[in-house]
Design a protein around this ligand. Sequence first.
Ligand code: NIG
Ligand code: FE
Length: 415
Amino acid sequence: MNKTVDILLTNIGQLLLMEKLDSPKKGNEMQQLSYLENAALGITGNEISFIGTIEEAKEIKTNYLIDCEGKIVSPGLVDPHTHVVFGGSREHELALKQQGVPYLEILKQGGGILSTVRATREISEEDLYKKAKFHLDRMLSYGITTVEGKSGYGLDKETELKQLRVLKKLNQRHEMDIVSTFLGAHAIPANYKENPDAFLDEMLAMLPQIKEENLATYVDIFCETGVFTVEQSKRFMLAAKDAGFDVKIHADEIDSLGGTELAGEVKAISAEHLVGASDRGIKALAEAGTIAVLLPGTTFYLGKEKYARARTMIEEGVAVTISTDFNPGSCVTENIQMIMSLAALKLKMTPEEIWNAVTINAAHAIGKEDEAGYLALGGNADVVIWDAPNYKYIPYHYGVNHANTVIKNGKVVFE
Ligand code: NIG
Ligand code: FE
């Protein structure tokens, strides 16, 4: 063999091998994780062109050799739920939280999401772009190479479109692959306080334009006390499906309203948060094949004791993924590795389940399973080199960045 590759990674302690699968890993399948020890990996263009042992790699020529002694290599991580495009910040709310003011009370008083809405309406499109880019750069540095981003801080046509256009431009120009979700139904703006259904109609009226301009793949809604009811969410999700969108739902995050059951009933691609999901709701997800997107960083940041029941979900055969939920109010971090630690400590997920969650299952939750979340010959060269002796080490050593080098589409984007 006399092969040449553009980049050769060798002396890899563990190379996580993840196949491209037609469906996410459900229940016990999440426990399967294959890896090759003392491995090497070659990249040609934007593809993985070689996977083998260190011995086999000795025959391969390259101008760019990376010695991965003492390190592991994984596919680029996928973050399937973020609110990365927003104006302003909300550090002033931390003191309210310390005084024990609940998240939904802050929102009720016109703060919370509505405070970010004001800031997002005010900021120019150019500055909004720069701000989101800053956060995406940071995500990339933590090993995330594909991300979902939601609108939802406009709550009016102009600003929702501004957010979606920023996401689209970033997807075209930034190294990160971005999947956009229209979350116009994120809160009820003050001028519609007495008439949330009319507000939902206004948001639904935007769907043809969003489709035509290819501004979003998914439509999402926040089903919660003081926001949208299960009935309103159902009408909204069904109308979005009629308009040709797959749907997502923020369900049972704080109060147990039954959004999880609804997600199963309307066959949502994913249901997010699920902290208060009932047994019936969990069964509905398993039956419908709806992916559970769990956000333990949010539960942590909201200071709650009770976390989503990941173990029950996995036992019931649900496909589980985890995500940062990065946003300026309920989870202010771009660090998905920290979320992996919380998944271990608070959701009691095993390291194998966690790695499947942040790769293959996350990719399925945002329709990116053909391009992201796996590592195999011929696949996209989205690869992370980690300063870790083995894959169990990352959730174990928490709060810091273990990413040593991040390669996106065959290009080193962080080192
Ligand atoms: O997923 N729950 C609703 N949306 C976000 C929080 C948004 C915010 O507080 O700005 C979430 O937690
Ligand atoms: Fe969210």
